[in-house]
Ligand binder design. Structure first.
Ligand code: ATP
Ligand code: MG
Length: 345
């Protein structure tokens, strides 16, 4: 990816200087389970920052994308409403941010068809994130939906002309597909789409208990909604290494450095400073610090979540209102696409 394909947090802060009123943001999550610390540090925190700086924020519950690697069913509803509860808990405000589900906005999904015509199967087969997700799915065959997943994501981002997409590092190859199809459409027809940039956080890939990327599907997460005691038990089970002297060295000591970074970001400190404080205290001291920092930081969020989690009509009302606004956007974009393609009769 070329440098302009993404922004770092520091660059964002310098560019926005607290005012994001001209910026449109889209991002989303699959309703496959509860949101975790990786989502929070990798994306959610930046969403809230952007929202609070005045950005026009769209947040997608990517329900159709559940079936890229599994079957959807009754549990999808609970996961989707659970995502909305997590959003409220972290500080997304539905009166300022548009929260909606994929399946509720047919005009958005129609954009997929022209976009699919602009990319080859070979290009999709080369996508490293698709390959990793196919391997992780445990399914013997790559479904056509998983192969075209990045193009769905392109439709999600392009329908609302998003400038910025706060995502984890695993999404950068998908973002590249979005930029490519936007460019190709604009060149082949007429300029309709904005070429978006990823916003990569200071924690672009938080690791889970087993040392792999923290993922809902791997069962290696610290869910945002876990209790303080559950969090302590989960962090106790995190893989570390045998060197008692704690140092921040992401390349050579990924697991230890991950816990240091998590601790530092929760406290607003530097991971090297946290490492120095722990010194030769070993993994046990590191885990104690991490547990304290995470629990302290998440406490207000967990309190808010407890207040809204059972409010089913509140949560589904947010999705319904969000879908109305998203539909207006998607229909306007689809109309411009049809006009560009000579299909407005
Ligand atoms: P699944 O296992 O079902 O794919 P997931 O945990 O990977 O779930 P997604 O819904 O696929 O979560 O991802 C939502 C967003 O959160 C994406 O922008 C993704 O990059 C980001 N994200 C997910 N996991 C992490 C992580 N461990 N660190 C940083 N960002 C992450
Ligand atoms: Mg994922």
């Amino acid at each position: 990816a070329d440098a302009s394909a993404f922004l770092t947090e520091a660059e964002l802060a310098a560019q926005l200087v607290g005012d994001a009123r001209q910026v449109r943001v889209l991002t989303g999550d699959r309703p496959t389970g509860p949101l975790h610390l990786g989502h929070y540090l990798g994306s959610l925190r930046n969403r809230v920052r952007l929202q609070d700086a005045g950005a026009d924020m769209f947040v997608l519950v990517a329900d159709y994308q559940v079936v890229t690697d599994r079957d959807a069913g009754a549990e999808t509803t609970g996961h989707a409403l659970g995502l909305v509860a997590d959003y409220l808990a972290v500080g997304l405000d539905p009166s300022r941010s548009t929260v909606f589900a994929h399946s509720a906005v047919p005009a958005l999904n129609q954009l997929l068809l022209p976009l699919l015509s602009l990319i080859s199967v070979a290009e999709l087969e080369r996508n490293p994130t698709t390959k990793a997700e196919a391997a992780a799915s445990g399914r013997p065959a790559l479904s056509a939906l998983l192969l075209t997943y990045p193009v769905h994501q392109a439709a999600d981002i392009l329908f609302c002309h998003a400038d910025l997409v706060p995502v984890g590092r695993d999404q950068l190859p998908h973002l590249e597909v979005t930029r490519t199809v936007a460019r190709r459409f604009n060149t082949r027809y007429r300029p309709v789409f904005t070429e978006p940039r990823a916003l990569i956080s200071d924690a672009p890939s938080v690791l889970g208990a087993d040392g792999a990327k923290m993922s809902k599907s791997r069962g290696n997460t610290i869910p945002l909604r876990a209790s303080a005691d559950e969090t302590a038990a989960l962090i106790k089970g995190f893989k570390t290494d045998a060197d008692r002297h704690i140092t921040y060295d992401p390349e050579h000591r990924p697991e230890v450095s991950n816990l240091l970074l998590v601790t530092a970001l929760c406290r607003g400190e530097d991971p090297h400073t946290v490492a120095e404080q722990i010194g030769s205290g070993g993994a046990a001291a590191l885990k104690r610090q991490a547990t304290e920092a995470v629990n302290e930081h998440l406490r207000p969020l967990r309190d808010r979540r407890a207040q809204v989690a059972g409010e089913r009509s509140l949560l589904s009302g947010i999705l319904r209102r969000g879908a109305e606004r998203a539909t207006v956007e998607a229909e306007a974009t689809l109309q411009r696409v049809r006009e560009a393609m000579g299909m407005a009769y």
